[in-house]
Write a protein that binds this ligand. Structure first.
Ligand SMILES: Nc1ncnc2c1ncn2[C@@H]1O[C@H](COP(=O)(O)OP(=O)(O)OP(=O)(O)O)[C@@H](O)[C@H]1O
Ligand SMILES: [Mg+2]
Length: 345
């Protein structure tokens, strides 16, 4: 993937995860935005603390970079409980999960990231563990196999998923609390930026914060990343002083535009408008037009473009909305999707 793409990708690579750890809020009171989730969660946690029992299992669903891992760590911190980290892909066999469950301490928080990717046998073991704090260890094979029940310490499972729709209903139903994480407003992202700037020792004026927040695609991870690029630019080109101008110049240099669109996003929009008259056009045709794999266009560019109301998915293919024409500085044809009452496809 290109540098430009990485800059607004919602996913983090290894190096970035290390930097992120330093910027993670540690307590619920430091966690910015997601007001509803924060309030609901604080009630769940406080109730559990009062009763002196582990809280209900918690499922967090939301797009990459919105703070699921951060919240999982906060849950353990607020409970004063130890935290065990695992992930769906690491739980290939039931034995992998049994090894973890059987060594949990009482009240421990078990975090399973990407829980929708857990293998089936492990998932079934988890049902029983979540409900009855028990696992059945199967000994032997075939007709002679026996299940030996084993009690495990009461624990709290915290699951995270970017694809809640892929979670089987029996698993979803065993979570007492489901937190749906939304994209952040620009104002919330400004608060995230001020906090990160303070931790990084950067002075961030309000208009610069606004400029970065607006281009961050509703995602704290991207906001933090853009802040680091702006800091670098300001150090090298402007004697270390961050301003709205250096922020805009840095982000323009990295081809992140005023709405957070990058080069691929604009290429997709441009092709849709200039080569296909705004669509409808099929995904694979569109992908060929921008020289990318259909998968890249569908998974990387499209979700954001759809969320911004710039393109729409219709049964006949992808269609540019009136806003897309405007975004590229063109006037939308009267037939453009969403142009005026009576317009549309
Ligand atoms: N509410 C928030 N306040 C401040 N910083 C936040 C908030 N949410 C996320 N962040 C920051 O964004 C970065 C990414 O958050 P996190 O790793 O928790 O996302 P995630 O939802 O687990 O992503 P993924 O789906 O890729 O695992 C972290 O560095 C964290 O500091
Ligand atoms: Mg995570």
């Amino acid at each position: 993937m290109s540098l430009e793409r990485d800059l607004v990708s919602p996913d983090a690579d290894g190096d970035e995860r290390a930097i992120e750890a330093a910027l993670r809020p540690k307590r619920l009171s430091e966690f910015i935005g997601q007001g509803r989730v924060r309030e609901q969660l604080s009630l769940v946690l406080e109730g559990a603390l009062r009763r002196g029992r582990p809280p209900d299992h918690v499922l967090m669903s939301g797009a990459p970079g919105l703070g699921k891992t951060t919240l999982a760590m906060i849950i353990a911190a607020e409970l004063g409980a130890p935290l065990r980290l695992s992930s769906g892909p690491a739980l290939e066999r039931a034995g992998d999960l049994a090894a973890i469950l059987s060594t949990l301490a009482e009240g421990e928080v078990l975090f399973i990231d990407e829980i929708h990717r857990m293998a089936r046998p492990a998932e079934e073991m988890l049902y029983l563990a979540m409900e009855d704090f028990r696992v059945d260890i199967v000994v032997g094979k075939g007709p002679g196999a026996t299940a030996i029940p084993l009690d495990i310490a009461p624990f709290t499972l915290v699951g995270a998923t970017t694809r809640a729709g892929l979670l089987p209903a029996p698993l979803r139903d065993r979570f007492g609390f489901v937190a749906h994480m939304d994209f952040y407003t620009p104002e919330e992202l400004e608060q995230v930026l001020y906090r990160s700037a303070r931790l990084l020792g950067v002075t961030l004026p309000p208009d610069a914060a606004r400029e970065i927040a607006r281009r961050s695609r509703g995602t704290p991870r991207i906001a933090n990343r853009l802040l680091r690029r702006v800091r670098d630019f300001s150090e090298v080109r402007a004697g270390g002083e961050v301003s709205r101008e250096t922020a805009a110049a840095a982000l323009n240099l990295y081809e992140v535009d005023a709405e957070g669109l990058d080069r691929l996003d604009r290429a997709v929009l441009g092709a849709l408008l200039h080569k296909f008259g705004g669509g409808p056009v099929g995904l694979s045709t569109l992908a060929v037009a921008v020289g990318e794999e259909p998968e890249t266009v569908e998974v990387v560019a499209e979700p954001f473009l759809v969320r911004q109301g710039l393109i729409a998915r219709t049964p006949r293919g992808r269609v540019a909305t009136a806003a897309a024409w405007t975004h590229l500085g063109l006037s939308p044809p009267p037939t453009a999707f969403g142009a005026s009452p009576g317009g549309g496809v």
